[in-house]
Write a protein that binds this ligand. Structure first.
Ligand code: 5GP
Ligand code: ZN
Length: 138
């Protein structure tokens, strides 16, 4: 647990939140400012600020859980679609620096716009960038 981390406190049950799911590694809660009905947050109980600090076991299990929650939402809320959003760093819109995944059910006509502005690129540039990223992978 990280001192003064609100999501450490929520994930470990020190501060209450509406819980959708809990196991020994995760708590899934409802976001207090939901984009849509059912907007949930997957919180690891172990503190990690963001994906850059994330271990592989937590990463694997987080996505398995995301799929479980998504299917549960589809069944229970009858949503028409769903976005998974996960922000890392202030520049990317992260406001709480304890890793979390947003699971956002989508409904026809919900008026939300969770998107980016598409850019342009040349094939040659994409090849260069792909090579650059490959060089950063272990
Ligand atoms: P971020 O912008 O870091 O990806 O998302 C943080 C999210 O946490 C926001 O959607 C915000 O509404 C939610 N949030 C922040 N503090 C609390 C809290 O104390 N309780 C709950 N349930 N949600 C919170
Ligand atoms: Zn934390």
């Amino acid at each position: 647990m990280e001192k003064d981390c609100i999501f450490c406190k929520i994930a470990n049950g020190e501060i209450p939140a509406s819980t959708v799911y809990e196991d020994d590694m995760f708590r899934v809660i409802l976001d207090m400012s939901p984009a849509t009905k059912g907007h949930a947050l997957i919180l690891p109980k172990k503190h990690m600020a963001d994906i850059f600090e994330m271990d592989s076991e937590t990463a694997e299990k987080a996505f398995v859980l995301a799929a479980k929650v998504a299917k549960g939402m589809k069944a229970a809320l009858n949503c028409d679609g769903l976005n998974i959003v996960q922000n890392n760093g202030e520049v990317a819109g992260q406001t709480v620096f304890h890793f979390h995944m947003h699971i956002i059910p989508r409904y026809e006509g919900d008026g939300q716009n969770i998107n980016w502005v598409p850019g342009t690129s040349e094939a040659e540039e994409r090849e260069r960038v792909a090579q650059q990223i490959r060089s950063g992978l272990n």
